[in-house]
Design a protein around this ligand. Structure first.
Ligand code: ATP
Length: 296
């Protein structure tokens, strides 16, 4: 009998994101540095008598077979062949949905990794990454974890020296739903290639906190933020409010979540409270490395 497993699927933030150009296949060529956070979804894998998998999600809106968790389980079982032990997959959402925090990709990566162990398939991380990239561009990064540079559509991963521990104030305005596709189509080619990631990469490689804070103090770390802010004045107001708390907020992915790093816990707590009091969703979390992720 296989033992039950609990797996954490962490949220990611984009410390920087540059869109280079639109490719002939319709995707955009990007470079982005991603970092995992303590905020996570939780996935439970339990044995069940019947073969195949069943799926439960704490969010009824995400309970269908199009959930990336089901797509990952289906892809892996197709690769592994018949006669796999039955498994009940339960997903408990903790990461805000469609916020630029990569929750769906992280869930899919966690299920690929978890079922590889649960079914004792012994597939390498490289094989899982290849499978994952067929479902979503961020899934290879989620399998790699930690701090990493992603290029191409986001599927070509280069690990970077791990970011030191920081508190992270993470927040998003309520009721603002923005699709990733909508953001990319709002991009003006004149915005391509800005900002270049070189100063961020230098800060990480040289492990210099001062350079890292220089990067965030520029106020624009993500090409998509440039495209989206003029379209959503409410988001611009939210960013100004966040900046007025003495932090340097940056947009994650295609938004609308913003984050700010700080070494100062009381300041982080105060900012979370202030953002919540003005009606926003706000979380106090911290940076994590793959070694810190628990698996039971
Ligand atoms: P994107 O990959 O589009 O940048 P995101 O990081 O902004 O995504 P997600 O929370 O991953 O946001 O959700 C994007 C969409 O994916 C949701 O609107 C939802 O319909 C779909 N989805 C499928 N599976 C999941 C899942 N396990 N968790 C969250 N969303 C999911």
């Amino acid at each position: 009998m296989h033992a039950a497993m609990i797996i954490r699927a962490p949220a990611k933030i984009n410390l920087g994101l540059t869109v280079h150009q639109r490719r002939p296949d319709g995707f955009h060529e990007i470079s982005t540095v991603m970092q995992q956070l303590s905020l996570s979804d939780t996935i439970l894998l339990e044995p069940r008598r019947e073969q195949g998998y069943s799926f439960f999600c704490s969010d009824p809106v995400l309970s269908g077979n199009d959930n990336l968790v089901c797509r990952a389980a289906a892809l892996l079982s197709k690769k592994a062949g018949p006669l796999l032990p039955g498994v009940k997959i339960s997903l408990y959402k903790g990461i805000p949905v469609a916020a630029g925090l990569g929750g769906g990709s992280s869930d899919a990566a966690a299920v690929l990794k978890g079922l590889n162990d649960f079914w004792r398939l012994g597939l390498s991380t490289a094989v899982l990454m290849d499978l994952g990239s067929q479902i979503g561009s961020d899934i290879p990064y989620c399998l790699q974890g930690g701090t990493a540079l992603a290029r191409g559509r986001g599927e070509k991963i280069t690990p970077l020296p791990g970011l030191p521990f920081y508190w992270v104030v993470l927040a998003l305005p309520p009721g603002l739903s923005i699709s990733t596709g909508q953001v990319y189509s709002a991009l003006d080619p004149a915005q391509y290639r800005h900002p270049p990631l070189a100063p961020l990469l230098r800060a990480l490689r040289e492990r210099q906190d001062a350079l890292l804070f220089d990067w965030f103090s520029r106020g624009m770390t993500n090409t998509l933020e440039k495209a989206i802010l003029p379209l959503y004045p409410r988001l611009e107001g939210f960013k100004s409010r966040f900046s007025s708390l003495g932090l340097f907020p940056a947009m994650s992915g295609s938004g609308p979540a913003f984050f700010a790093l700080t070494g100062n816990l009381p300041a982080a707590r105060g900012a979370v409270r202030a953002l919540q009091e003005t009606g926003n969703r706000a979380f106090l979390c911290w940076t994590v490395s793959p070694e810190q992720q628990t698996k039971e």
